[in-house]
Design a binder for this molecule. Sequence first.
Ligand SMILES: C[S@@+](CC[C@H](N)C(=O)[O-])C[C@H]1O[C@@H](n2cnc3c(N)ncnc32)[C@H](O)[C@@H]1O
Length: 251
Amino acid sequence: MTAPPRSEAEAEAEDYRAVHLAKGAHYDSHLAEAPFDRYMATWERRHLPSIVRRLFPHGPKRHLDFACGTGRITETVAPLAEQSVGVDISPTMLQEARRKCPRTRFERVDLTSEDPDLGTFDLITSFRFFGNAQESLRDAVLRALVRRLAPGGHLVINSHRNPHALFVWTQRLTGGGTGGMDLHLPKLRRLLRRHGLRISALQPIGAWMYRDRLMTGTEPDGELARRNEARFGAPWLAAIAPDVIVVASRQ
Ligand SMILES: C[S@@+](CC[C@H](N)C(=O)[O-])C[C@H]1O[C@@H](n2cnc3c(N)ncnc32)[C@H](O)[C@@H]1O
C-alpha cells in the first residue's frame, strides 16, 4: 500500500500511460494479494451496483469504462447496462478484460490523443486511475470524457490515494510521509469543477481505518468491516477516507 515518496515534479515527469502496458497477466493477482487493495475492490464491487441503479433505475443505455484495465469494474457494471464499451491503452490488460466480459466491446485507444467513433455515454466509469495519473493526464482525460458524456449523464470514478486519509495523518505523526499521494477531496473537487462537473454523491470506503494495521488486517467480508462500513459510510467522511467512490454530473 505505501509507495516510496515521490515529488510532484517526479510524478509529473513519469507518464502514467506507460505503467500498465505489460502488467495484464499479473494485475488481478497482485490486487488480490495486497490486503487493502482487496478490501477496496470488495467494497467498490459491493457499492457500485446500487449507485448505478440509483442514477439509472432502468439501467444506463450506454456505459463507457475508461482505463478499464483487466475489466474489474467493467464486469460489475456491464450487466446493468444495455451496451458497454471498455477502453484502455494496454494490450495485456485488455486481453484479460476481453476474456472476462465477452459481451463488452473493448478498444485499445488513448482518448486524450485519438478520437475514435464511439459516440456518447450516459454513464462513464473510471477506477484506480485519477489517484495514480499525473496532473496533466488527469486534465487531458477529463477533457476527453466530458465531451463523451451524454446530456444528463454521470461520471462515476474512485479516488484511492487520498493524502488526507486518517491513516496518513497517523503515519505523519510518527514521522512517515504521504507516499507521493496528492489527490485529496478538495483538490479532486476543483479538478472536476475545472471541467464543468460537480460532485453529486460520495461513498467513502475505509473511513474508519486510522492506522496501517487495520488496513492490512481487516477481512473485507468480516463482521468488523460490515459494521464499520455501515457506521462510517456518510458522505462527509469522504474527506478522510482512503478510498471514495465519486459521482460527478454536469454543473
Ligand atoms: C490501475 S489500472 C486500473 C484498471 C481498472 N480500471 C481497475 O480499476 O482495476 C489503470 C489503467 O489505466 C490505463 N491507462 C493509463 N493511461 C491511459 C490512457 N491515456 N487511456 C486509456 N487507458 C489508460 C492503464 O493502461 C491501466 O490499465
